[in-house]
Write a protein that binds this ligand. Sequence first.
Ligand SMILES: *Cc1c(COP(=O)(O)O)cnc(C)c1O
Length: 229
Amino acid sequence: MISENIKEIRQEIEAACSRAGRSKEDITLIAVSKTKPVSMILEAHNEGIADFGENKVQELVDKYHELPKTIRWHMIGHLQRNKVKSIVDKVVMIHSVDSIRLAEQIDLEAGKINRVMDVLLEVNISGEESKYGFTADEALEAFEEIGRMPWICVKGLMTVAPFVENPEEVRIYFKKLHQLYIDMKCKNIDNVSMNALSMGMTGDYTVAIEEGATMIRVGSGIFGIRERK
Ligand SMILES: *Cc1c(COP(=O)(O)O)cnc(C)c1O
């Protein structure tokens, strides 16, 4: 089932890319494996998926130790400052930087291990109350401040769109995030490092690709629906 799902998603990615005049090599499919067992992750890894996303530190750390080191882990969930230390040596990217204080902590812990951490700034582009992330205005300011931190490299932006039935309804938010990303790239002297736009999940990743996503985070579309704990 997992292999068929992945095959289908890869076809959808390719179709969305061709509609948008983009190359499929420019899209990284991140398999969001939260709540799913290591056996399923291995199955996806055997299908050539290298990038996996988790939203909880303990679960990520446990899976990191159990699974092959060929896996590239992405932290995609809200991160508490006291837990930064446990993941700075394990993840390739933190997508969910939503405050200056969190960035400062990442800078501190990454510095201790002599590693520059790639991060994305999470933007609450729809302005939903329940969501983490900077507002668009805050993100521009935060970008300047975080961009100066020596052990952090801001690679781009991430958002979680509102949950809707029809993915066309969130196109506007993907467009907005893309525009903000362009605005930031213009501001940045060292703009070579800005190359990532993490947006799109199972229900809306094709729309996200049409609007410029370079990373899509797909969970249930690959592993099946998650059971509520
Ligand atoms: C769970 C999650 C996803 C994947 O959601 P699906 O709808 O299952 O594809 C993507 N991004 C974040 C931040 C998540 O927490």
